[in-house]
Design a protein around this ligand. Structure first.
Ligand SMILES: [Zn+2]
Length: 275
Protein backbone atom coordinates (compact mmCIF):
# COMPACT_ATOMS: atom_id res chain seq x y z
CA UNK A 1 0.00 0.00 0.00
CA UNK A 2 1.37 3.43 -0.93
CA UNK A 3 1.36 6.25 1.62
CA UNK A 4 -1.27 8.04 -0.49
CA UNK A 5 -3.52 4.99 -0.30
CA UNK A 6 -2.91 4.68 3.44
CA UNK A 7 -3.81 8.34 3.84
CA UNK A 8 -7.04 7.92 1.88
CA UNK A 9 -7.90 4.84 3.96
CA UNK A 10 -7.45 6.74 7.24
CA UNK A 11 -9.56 9.56 5.81
CA UNK A 12 -12.43 7.11 5.24
CA UNK A 13 -12.19 5.14 8.49
CA UNK A 14 -13.86 7.68 10.77
CA UNK A 15 -16.58 8.80 8.34
CA UNK A 16 -17.08 5.12 7.47
CA UNK A 17 -17.53 4.20 11.12
CA UNK A 18 -19.98 7.09 11.55
CA UNK A 19 -21.97 6.15 8.42
CA UNK A 20 -22.04 2.41 9.19
CA UNK A 21 -22.93 3.05 12.84
CA UNK A 22 -25.77 5.38 11.84
CA UNK A 23 -27.26 2.92 9.32
CA UNK A 24 -26.94 0.07 11.85
CA UNK A 25 -28.53 2.13 14.64
CA UNK A 26 -31.48 3.06 12.41
CA UNK A 27 -31.88 -0.60 11.38
CA UNK A 28 -31.76 -1.64 15.05
CA UNK A 29 -34.43 0.89 16.01
CA UNK A 30 -36.56 -0.27 13.08
CA UNK A 31 -36.31 -3.84 14.36
CA UNK A 32 -34.26 -5.15 11.42
CA UNK A 33 -31.15 -5.92 13.52
CA UNK A 34 -30.62 -7.13 17.08
CA UNK A 35 -28.19 -5.13 19.29
CA UNK A 36 -25.30 -7.48 18.51
CA UNK A 37 -26.43 -7.59 14.89
CA UNK A 38 -26.06 -3.80 14.77
CA UNK A 39 -22.50 -4.02 16.13
CA UNK A 40 -21.63 -6.68 13.54
CA UNK A 41 -23.16 -4.55 10.77
CA UNK A 42 -21.13 -1.55 11.97
CA UNK A 43 -17.91 -3.61 11.74
CA UNK A 44 -18.79 -5.01 8.30
CA UNK A 45 -19.85 -1.56 7.02
CA UNK A 46 -16.73 0.18 8.34
CA UNK A 47 -14.45 -2.41 6.68
CA UNK A 48 -16.29 -1.87 3.38
CA UNK A 49 -16.14 1.95 3.48
CA UNK A 50 -12.45 1.75 4.41
CA UNK A 51 -11.93 -0.07 1.09
CA UNK A 52 -13.88 2.62 -0.76
CA UNK A 53 -17.26 4.38 -0.72
CA UNK A 54 -18.31 2.19 -3.67
CA UNK A 55 -17.90 -0.93 -1.46
CA UNK A 56 -19.94 0.71 1.30
CA UNK A 57 -22.67 1.83 -1.11
CA UNK A 58 -22.99 -1.68 -2.56
CA UNK A 59 -23.35 -3.12 0.95
CA UNK A 60 -26.07 -0.58 1.78
CA UNK A 61 -27.89 -1.42 -1.49
CA UNK A 62 -27.89 -5.11 -0.53
CA UNK A 63 -28.98 -4.39 3.02
CA UNK A 64 -31.79 -1.95 2.20
CA UNK A 65 -33.23 -4.10 -0.61
CA UNK A 66 -33.06 -7.33 1.41
CA UNK A 67 -34.52 -5.76 4.56
CA UNK A 68 -37.36 -4.23 2.55
CA UNK A 69 -38.16 -7.60 0.95
CA UNK A 70 -38.10 -9.27 4.39
CA UNK A 71 -40.61 -6.71 5.60
CA UNK A 72 -43.07 -7.21 2.74
CA UNK A 73 -45.77 -9.59 3.91
CA UNK A 74 -43.88 -10.25 7.14
CA UNK A 75 -46.98 -11.40 9.05
CA UNK A 76 -47.99 -13.78 6.28
CA UNK A 77 -44.50 -15.28 6.01
CA UNK A 78 -44.30 -15.65 9.79
CA UNK A 79 -47.58 -17.51 9.86
CA UNK A 80 -46.65 -19.99 7.11
CA UNK A 81 -43.01 -20.61 8.00
CA UNK A 82 -42.46 -19.74 11.70
CA UNK A 83 -42.49 -23.38 12.78
CA UNK A 84 -39.91 -24.34 10.17
CA UNK A 85 -37.27 -21.59 9.85
CA UNK A 86 -34.50 -21.46 12.48
CA UNK A 87 -34.62 -17.70 12.97
CA UNK A 88 -37.25 -15.06 12.28
CA UNK A 89 -37.39 -11.38 13.20
CA UNK A 90 -34.37 -9.09 13.59
CA UNK A 91 -31.10 -10.38 12.07
CA UNK A 92 -28.51 -11.32 14.69
CA UNK A 93 -24.72 -10.96 14.53
CA UNK A 94 -24.17 -14.45 13.11
CA UNK A 95 -26.64 -13.80 10.29
CA UNK A 96 -25.02 -10.43 9.50
CA UNK A 97 -21.56 -12.02 9.31
CA UNK A 98 -22.85 -15.03 7.34
CA UNK A 99 -24.34 -12.71 4.69
CA UNK A 100 -21.86 -9.81 4.67
CA UNK A 101 -18.66 -11.43 5.95
CA UNK A 102 -17.35 -12.66 2.57
CA UNK A 103 -17.91 -9.23 1.02
CA UNK A 104 -16.20 -7.48 3.96
CA UNK A 105 -13.26 -9.93 3.74
CA UNK A 106 -12.86 -9.06 0.03
CA UNK A 107 -12.99 -5.34 0.93
CA UNK A 108 -10.14 -5.89 3.42
CA UNK A 109 -8.27 -7.89 0.77
CA UNK A 110 -8.67 -4.99 -1.66
CA UNK A 111 -7.23 -2.59 0.92
CA UNK A 112 -4.11 -4.77 1.25
CA UNK A 113 -3.69 -5.52 -2.44
CA UNK A 114 -5.44 -3.37 -5.05
CA UNK A 115 -6.28 -6.14 -7.48
CA UNK A 116 -9.50 -6.05 -9.59
CA UNK A 117 -9.99 -9.71 -8.64
CA UNK A 118 -11.22 -8.55 -5.22
CA UNK A 119 -14.11 -6.75 -6.97
CA UNK A 120 -14.98 -10.01 -8.75
CA UNK A 121 -14.89 -12.10 -5.57
CA UNK A 122 -16.71 -9.46 -3.50
CA UNK A 123 -19.43 -9.00 -6.11
CA UNK A 124 -19.94 -12.78 -6.36
CA UNK A 125 -20.10 -13.21 -2.57
CA UNK A 126 -22.54 -10.35 -2.00
CA UNK A 127 -24.68 -11.42 -4.96
CA UNK A 128 -24.90 -14.96 -3.53
CA UNK A 129 -26.21 -13.59 -0.22
CA UNK A 130 -28.64 -11.33 -2.13
CA UNK A 131 -29.87 -14.11 -4.41
CA UNK A 132 -30.46 -16.44 -1.45
CA UNK A 133 -32.30 -13.75 0.55
CA UNK A 134 -34.49 -12.60 -2.36
CA UNK A 135 -35.29 -16.18 -3.33
CA UNK A 136 -36.32 -17.07 0.22
CA UNK A 137 -38.32 -13.91 0.93
CA UNK A 138 -40.19 -13.75 -2.38
CA UNK A 139 -40.58 -17.52 -2.58
CA UNK A 140 -42.28 -17.64 0.85
CA UNK A 141 -44.60 -14.78 -0.14
CA UNK A 142 -45.64 -16.35 -3.42
CA UNK A 143 -47.11 -19.18 -1.38
CA UNK A 144 -46.78 -21.93 -3.98
CA UNK A 145 -45.60 -25.24 -2.51
CA UNK A 146 -41.80 -25.55 -2.68
CA UNK A 147 -40.12 -28.72 -3.87
CA UNK A 148 -36.73 -30.06 -2.84
CA UNK A 149 -34.09 -28.89 -5.32
CA UNK A 150 -32.73 -32.47 -5.49
CA UNK A 151 -35.57 -34.96 -4.97
CA UNK A 152 -38.26 -32.62 -6.39
CA UNK A 153 -40.61 -33.83 -3.64
CA UNK A 154 -42.90 -31.18 -2.04
CA UNK A 155 -41.51 -29.76 1.25
CA UNK A 156 -43.08 -27.37 3.82
CA UNK A 157 -42.72 -23.62 3.09
CA UNK A 158 -39.51 -22.27 4.63
CA UNK A 159 -37.62 -25.57 4.38
CA UNK A 160 -33.96 -25.17 3.35
CA UNK A 161 -33.32 -26.63 -0.08
CA UNK A 162 -36.93 -26.06 -1.10
CA UNK A 163 -37.36 -24.08 -4.31
CA UNK A 164 -40.23 -22.54 -6.27
CA UNK A 165 -40.31 -21.07 -9.79
CA UNK A 166 -41.05 -17.57 -8.45
CA UNK A 167 -38.39 -17.89 -5.73
CA UNK A 168 -35.81 -18.97 -8.30
CA UNK A 169 -36.72 -16.02 -10.57
CA UNK A 170 -36.38 -13.66 -7.57
CA UNK A 171 -33.03 -15.23 -6.74
CA UNK A 172 -31.70 -14.56 -10.26
CA UNK A 173 -33.13 -11.02 -10.06
CA UNK A 174 -31.20 -10.51 -6.80
CA UNK A 175 -27.92 -11.51 -8.46
CA UNK A 176 -28.65 -9.20 -11.43
CA UNK A 177 -29.52 -6.38 -8.99
CA UNK A 178 -26.03 -6.57 -7.46
CA UNK A 179 -24.43 -6.73 -10.93
CA UNK A 180 -26.34 -3.66 -12.14
CA UNK A 181 -25.71 -1.75 -8.90
CA UNK A 182 -21.98 -2.58 -8.99
CA UNK A 183 -21.85 -1.32 -12.58
CA UNK A 184 -23.68 1.87 -11.51
CA UNK A 185 -20.98 2.49 -8.89
CA UNK A 186 -18.30 2.19 -11.58
CA UNK A 187 -17.28 -1.45 -11.21
CA UNK A 188 -16.16 -3.17 -14.43
CA UNK A 189 -18.49 -5.19 -16.69
CA UNK A 190 -16.59 -8.35 -15.74
CA UNK A 191 -17.18 -7.62 -12.03
CA UNK A 192 -20.89 -7.19 -12.85
CA UNK A 193 -20.93 -10.57 -14.64
CA UNK A 194 -19.10 -12.05 -11.66
CA UNK A 195 -22.01 -10.87 -9.50
CA UNK A 196 -24.65 -12.40 -11.79
CA UNK A 197 -22.93 -15.76 -12.31
CA UNK A 198 -21.43 -15.97 -8.80
CA UNK A 199 -24.78 -15.03 -7.26
CA UNK A 200 -26.71 -17.74 -9.07
CA UNK A 201 -23.98 -20.34 -8.36
CA UNK A 202 -23.83 -19.41 -4.66
CA UNK A 203 -27.60 -19.52 -4.20
CA UNK A 204 -27.75 -22.89 -5.98
CA UNK A 205 -24.99 -24.26 -3.73
CA UNK A 206 -26.93 -22.89 -0.75
CA UNK A 207 -30.08 -24.77 -1.82
CA UNK A 208 -28.23 -28.03 -2.55
CA UNK A 209 -26.48 -27.92 0.84
CA UNK A 210 -29.82 -27.05 2.44
CA UNK A 211 -31.40 -30.13 0.86
CA UNK A 212 -28.55 -32.50 1.74
CA UNK A 213 -26.06 -31.87 4.54
CA UNK A 214 -27.83 -29.10 6.51
CA UNK A 215 -29.10 -30.11 9.94
CA UNK A 216 -32.79 -30.99 10.05
CA UNK A 217 -34.67 -31.32 13.31
CA UNK A 218 -37.96 -32.80 14.51
CA UNK A 219 -40.51 -31.73 17.11
CA UNK A 220 -42.04 -34.83 18.70
CA UNK A 221 -44.81 -32.85 20.35
CA UNK A 222 -46.07 -31.35 17.06
CA UNK A 223 -44.90 -34.24 14.85
CA UNK A 224 -43.34 -31.64 12.55
CA UNK A 225 -40.05 -31.12 10.72
CA UNK A 226 -38.24 -27.91 11.68
CA UNK A 227 -34.84 -26.18 11.70
CA UNK A 228 -35.43 -24.65 15.13
CA UNK A 229 -33.58 -25.89 18.25
CA UNK A 230 -36.56 -24.81 20.36
CA UNK A 231 -39.82 -25.24 18.47
CA UNK A 232 -42.53 -22.58 18.25
CA UNK A 233 -44.59 -24.71 20.70
CA UNK A 234 -41.86 -24.08 23.31
CA UNK A 235 -40.66 -27.67 23.34
CA UNK A 236 -37.12 -28.85 22.49
CA UNK A 237 -36.46 -30.49 19.10
CA UNK A 238 -34.18 -33.41 18.24
CA UNK A 239 -31.63 -33.78 15.44
CA UNK A 240 -33.27 -35.77 12.65
CA UNK A 241 -30.90 -35.68 9.70
CA UNK A 242 -27.93 -33.86 8.22
CA UNK A 243 -24.90 -32.55 10.10
CA UNK A 244 -25.83 -31.05 13.46
CA UNK A 245 -23.29 -28.19 13.25
CA UNK A 246 -24.27 -27.24 9.68
CA UNK A 247 -27.11 -24.82 10.43
CA UNK A 248 -28.64 -22.26 8.10
CA UNK A 249 -25.98 -19.63 8.94
CA UNK A 250 -23.12 -22.03 8.10
CA UNK A 251 -24.84 -22.90 4.83
CA UNK A 252 -25.12 -19.17 4.02
CA UNK A 253 -21.39 -18.76 4.62
CA UNK A 254 -20.72 -21.68 2.24
CA UNK A 255 -23.05 -20.14 -0.37
CA UNK A 256 -21.24 -16.78 -0.14
CA UNK A 257 -17.83 -18.48 -0.48
CA UNK A 258 -19.01 -20.43 -3.55
CA UNK A 259 -20.36 -17.14 -4.96
CA UNK A 260 -17.05 -15.36 -4.33
CA UNK A 261 -14.97 -18.16 -5.90
CA UNK A 262 -17.30 -18.40 -8.90
CA UNK A 263 -17.14 -14.61 -9.31
CA UNK A 264 -13.36 -14.83 -9.16
CA UNK A 265 -13.32 -17.58 -11.81
CA UNK A 266 -15.73 -15.60 -14.03
CA UNK A 267 -13.50 -12.50 -14.12
CA UNK A 268 -10.33 -14.59 -14.44
CA UNK A 269 -11.71 -16.48 -17.44
CA UNK A 270 -13.00 -13.22 -18.98
CA UNK A 271 -9.50 -11.74 -18.56
CA UNK A 272 -7.83 -14.77 -20.15
CA UNK A 273 -10.17 -14.70 -23.13
CA UNK A 274 -9.55 -10.97 -23.54
CA UNK A 275 -13.17 -10.03 -22.86
ZN1 LIG B 1 -43.52 -28.27 18.50
Amino acid sequence: MTSDAAHALLGRLLPGLAAAGTVAAIAHRAGALTGRGAWAATAVGTACVAAGWDWGALLVAFFVASTTLSRVGHARKASVAAGVVAKAGPRDATQVLANGGAFAACAVGYMLQRSPLWYAAGAGGLAAATADTWGTEVGMLAGSAPRSILSWRPVPIGTSGGVTIIGTAASIAGAIFIGVTARAFGWSPSAAWSAVIGGVAGATADSILGATLQARRWCDHCQAATERVVHTCGGPTVAAAGMTWLDNDAVNVAGAVVGALTGLATTWIAGRSGA
